[in-house]
Design a protein around this ligand. Structure first.
Ligand code: G6P
Length: 616
């Protein structure tokens, strides 16, 4: 949700900033801009639209300079216009600012500034902050200095209610870029003769793999040779330089036309990586060191609450079935955005999990904090190891799925479900499950990557089915039990990237209302592997067929029954009920992908969406 990047060094800033923006375009892509310091002045280029629009604008009149900041936007305050694109300048035109987050009290601050004679060119909260910092700087007077600018920034940030990850530059100080964070991520990249600030380390990994992950209230000041981190709360702060785990290759598309397809095809490895080193055949259980709980503490857990947003919420729903089935523990799932305001009654033995690929989703972070405030041990399931949720939770489990860049989540879902299976196994083994049962679950888990490869081999068949149904104006997704959340996830994928309206339903609920929608124009995708509810699913399919609705079934290899009812069948390998979501979701990901490509949609950057939603 908005990506920012700042550079100071020996090279021309613009190509580095543009490349960084392109790598962060998943965070927002409705407008973009760049400001550099050149010959003592600020050069500004910005426009509505994708980064390619900005690149074209820049080509006409390239801004020069070895110090610069830039931004790719997901609009919150103010429409998608050139004027609302970042960077924003202060009243003097000497200070330029890029911001990710929301200044909640911006209207009050703006009213006061307007009374003082400030004129605003945009409707954004960010421009207000730029003016406020500039005002403090100008009022301080005296010779230009880093100290004066830092003091102005601190004074302004102390007046701000809200969240920010920001970078700024000032023409009085031609060598430096300043960054600050509260609630929105910011990482400092340590280079040789150059330094960086960015929302995501993926934006700078081609230049350096040494990073300092900044904390809330940190303020960083970088020049080409050094950097300094102080705290808004006072004094110089300690920091740790970490080695970035992934490489430039991990953040590129490789041989695939889209990140989404690459990430779908990575799932044999990512599911394996989610289990790697975490299964013990000897003890017939899972080992999740990161949750940092003794068997006695785990035995005392009476209830599990799982929270997340979007795809992570759907993974949590699968987790609910898994924990109930494998561990016989009550589990409840809540949207993070609801949990934070709901005041859910929770006994003291409730263990809370927040699930988030990015680890930065504002609602999930708020749910984490609310749960901790109430004294509950709150664990994270995150992919991004340096994320705020990963750092603030009381422990957790990393997904190790590598960067997920396609806005529609794919590999993160299967990794999350894999981890929740390990958790259910661990909780189950501590309670009622025998060694033999534990071993059987482990063997089934270990067989998953090969089975996923077999599904990926059906890519061409699935593409054909997607093309056959590409005229559909709407779609139904149905499943029962473990595959009900998969129906929701399949519908979400379809909506997100193809803009076809889709509904996910528990199959049997069809007859309680939505059956009214069934017609030859509305295809239904029914997830019906050979499980305990297979026959029920067949009956539900018959109900659709009786009303002339086309049916695409996802079934188990070797099951002849489906072909007699469904129009098209995609077969996945056999596996136990509780693992089926990890397999059945893959054809749905591919179906949504191919359909969106056929319709000419921008698969990796669907309209109106952002990968990491860092506002409420
Ligand atoms: C956004 C994305 C979704 C994602 C959700 C949660 O809405 O568009 O694809 O599932 O955020 O993201 P998280 O990073 O918390 O898993």
């Amino acid at each position: 949700m908005c990506g920012i990047i700042g550079y100071t060094g020996h090279a021309q800033a613009v190509p580095i900033l543009l490349d960084g923006l392109r790598r962060m375009e998943y965070r927002g892509y409705d407008s973009a801009g760049i400001a550099t310091l050149n010959d003592g002045g600020v050069e500004l280029r910005k426009c509505a639209g994708r980064i390619n629009n900005l690149a074209e604008l820049i080509q006409k009149e390239p801004p020069k300079g070895v110090v610069g900041i830039s931004h790719t936007r997901w609009a919150t305050h103010g429409g998608v216009t050139d004027a609302n694109a970042h960077p924003h300048l202060d009243r003097s035109g000497k200070l330029a600012l890029c911001h990710n987050g929301v200044i909640e009290n911006y209207q009050t601050l703006k009213d006061e500034l307007v009374r003082e004679g400030h004129l605003f060119l945009s409707q954004t909260d960010t421009e207000v902050l730029a003016h406020l910092i500039g005002k403090h700087y100008d009022q301080a007077g005296g010779p230009p200095s880093k100290g004066r600018l830092l003091a102005a920034l601190q004074a302004a940030l102390k007046q701000v209610v809200g969240t920010y990850g920001l970078v700024l530059l000032h023409q009085d100080l031609p060598d430096i870029v300043i960054g600050a964070r509260r609630g929105s991520p910011l990482v400092l990249g340590v280079g040789r003769g150059e330094n960086f600030l960015a929302s995501d380390v993926g934006a700078i990994v081609s230049h350096t793999r040494e990073a300092v992950y900044m904390n809330d209230f940190d303020i960083a000041c970088i020049d080409r040779d050094q950097f300094e981190i102080s705290s808004l709360l006072g004094g110089i702060t300690g920091y740790e330089v970490s080695q970035v785990e992934f490489t430039e290759e991990d953040v590129s598309k490789g041989k695939f036309p889209h990140y989404m397809l690459k990430e779908i095809f990575e799932q044999p490895e990512t599911v394996h990586d989610a289990m790697r080193g975490r299964l013990s055949l000897e003890e017939a259980t899972a080992k999740l060191g990161g949750i940092d709980m003794t068997p006695k503490e785990l035995r005392e857990v009476e209830r599990v609450v799982l929270c997340g947003c979007g795809t992570a919420f759907h993974a949590a729903l699968v987790g609910e079935y898994l924990i109930e089935t494998l561990a016989h523990l009550p589990a409840e799932v809540e949207f993070a955005s609801e949990f934070r305001y709901r005041n859910m009654p929770m006994t003291k033995d409730t263990l809370v999990f927040v699930i988030s690929q990015s680890g930065e989703t504002a609602d999930t972070l708020a749910a984490l904090r609310e749960s901790q405030r109430k004294g509950h041990r709150t664990l994270g399931v995150c992919n991004n190891v340096a994320s705020t949720i990963a750092r603030e939770s009381d422990g957790g489990v990393y997904m190790h799925a590598g960067p997920e860049i396609g806005v529609a989540a794919t590999k993160s879902f299967t990794s999350q479900v894999t981890i929740l299976t390990l958790l259910a196994l661990l909780l189950g083994r501590i309670r009622h499950q025998s060694t033999v049962e534990g071993i059987r679950i482990i063997e089934e888990l270990e067989a998953l990557p090969e089975k996923i490869k077999r599904i990926l081999a059906l890519n061409d068949q699935i593409k054909g089915i997607a093309e056959k149904y590409s005229n559909a104006r709407g779609m139904m997704f149905m499943g029962r039990q473990f595959n009900y959340p998969v129906a929701l996830e399949g519908a979400l994928k379809m909506k997100e990237i193809s803009y076809i309206h889709a509904e996910g339903y528990p199959s049997a609920e069809l007859k309680h209302g939505v059956i009214a929608l069934i017609s030859p124009e509305l295809p239904s995708i029914v997830i019906a592997p050979e499980d305990s509810v297979f026959d029920k699913n067949i009956s539900n399919m018959q109900e659709v067929k009786a009303r002339e609705g086309p049916v695409i079934a996802i079934g188990t290899e070797g099951c002849g029954q489906l072909e007699r009812v469904a129009d098209d069948v995609i077969y996945v390998p056999k596996c136990p009920d509780y693992l089926s979501p990890i397999l059945t979701v893959i054809p749905l990901q591919l179906l949504a992908y191919h359909l969106a490509v056929k319709l000419g949609c921008d698969v990796d950057k669907p309209r109106n969406l952002a990968k990491s939603v860092t506002v409420e």
